[in-house]
Every structure is written in C-alpha cells, then in structure tokens.
Write a protein that binds this ligand. Structure first.
Ligand code: SF4
Length: 220
C-alpha cells in the first residue's frame, strides 16, 4: 500500500466544511500562490510519509467519534494522485453518512486522467489557486475565484446551501502544538495580520508565520 506525504492531521476540524471533520493536510505544493497561508506545506521534503492504511485507520477512529466528513487540503493533494485516491477510496468504503471534501489549487479544466481518478470519491471539490488580489467573504474559500463544486448527490444535498453563503465572520480555529500555533480555515483579507496583532497584544510575539516564509514568487 502507498504512502501519502502529510504535513499534519487534526480532529475535529470545524472550520473547513460542515460539522466536525478529520482534516488531512498533505505536504508538497509547487503552485506557489502569492500570499499562501500554508507555505510550510510547499516543500515536498517536509512533513512525514504516512501509510495510507494508517490514514484510513485515523478516519475510522474519527468516524467512531462522530466525524461528519473528511477535508483534505494542503499542500496540493493532486500532486500525490495515486496515494490520495487510495486514501479516499478507503474512507469511501466505510464512510456511512460522512462526506469527502478536497481542496485543490488546480482548476477543473486542469484535471488530467490521473487527477480526475484521484478525486473520483470526493463529494465536493474546492478548486482554483489562491488569488490574493481577489478577496472573498464566501465560506470555506480563500479568494473569489475559487469554486465550490459538489459532485455527488450527498455533496449537492450537504453543500448546496454553502456554495454562495457569505457568513458574517469566517469560521476559524486556532490550534496550538509543540511547534507553535496554527490557523485552520480561510481568513478574510487582513485576518492574518489582525491575528498577529492580537497575539502580540496578548504577549505572544510571532517569530515566524507560515504565510510569510517566502518572498512572493519564490517556489517550493
Ligand atoms: S494556496 Fe496555492 S500555493 Fe498554497 S497550498 Fe494552496 S495551491 Fe499551494
């Protein structure tokens, strides 16, 4: 069985998709969107190799705790198409009523056969590169060009109400672990700077941040 290069996982994620979800952030992205908030996931040499079987076991555990779905983000999930497909097939085989949401920086028109196969089991895709010049208030999207595309009956039933939804505030989670704090969700323009100011005001200086590791244009 293959391995997926993973940056991190978390349960419950409540800021990227409906309900409480298993979040899987893959490692490696060569698309290098200016202003990407997850630049720590760009290098294919970062993160860790996780056997797909272990990730499916993680899903099983999350499902046992009432997970409503899986969200795969990154990094660029479609740059590991075979392992991604295997993971999503494993989730799909024992998902019950849970849904599968995958974020990709690729447009639908850029999905070749390998990439299309990779997301065969996804109920919903959020597609398109992050474009810092096109801010948005749409839920679970980072910029106005990104499209939420339900692909199955379950995806349409569960996500139709969210496709054009603009909440007053974006859902966000802040998590802390041994290496620092990290943000889950899609903050609005200026949200990351506001977070840094808030942390400083609370006596927590931000020494480095995943949204300004590299200068614009520098790639993975
Ligand atoms: S926002 Fe762009 S650069 Fe960042 S992980 Fe997504 S596709 Fe890659």
């Amino acid at each position: 069985m293959s391995v997926l290069r993973v940056s991190r996982t978390h349960f419950p994620v409540t800021a990227l998709g409906p309900g409480a979800r298993l979040g899987v952030w893959v490692q490696g992205c060569s698309l290098a969107c200016k202003g990407c908030m997850s630049q720590d996931t760009w290098s294919p040499g970062g993160g860790v190799d996780v056997p797909v079987a272990d990730l499916v076991a993680l899903w099983r555990e999350a499902a046992g705790r009432g997970a409503d779905g899986v969200t795969v983000s990154g990094g660029e999930p479609l740059q590991q198409p075979e392992a991604l497909r295997e993971f999503l097939a494993g989730v799909h085989a024992e998902r019950g009523a849970a849904d599968i949401l995958v974020y990709t920086g690729y447009e639908e028109s850029e999905l070749d056969e390998r990439r299309r196969n990779a997301v065969e089991f996804a109920d919903v895709l959020v597609t398109g590169r992050f474009d810092i010049t096109r801010p948005t208030a749409l839920i679970w999207r980072g910029s106005a060009n990104q499209r939420m595309v339900p692909r199955t009956d379950l995806g349409r039933r569960r996500y139709a109400q969210h496709v054009d939804h603009e909440p007053e505030r974006p859902p966000l989670q802040v998590r802390a672990d041994g290496s620092g704090i990290w943000l889950i969700g899609t903050p609005r323009q200026g949200g990351l700077a506001a977070l840094e100011r808030g942390l400083r005001a609370s006596g927590l200086p931000v020494e480095s941040a995943t949204w300004r590791l590299r200068s614009p244009g520098q790639s993975g």
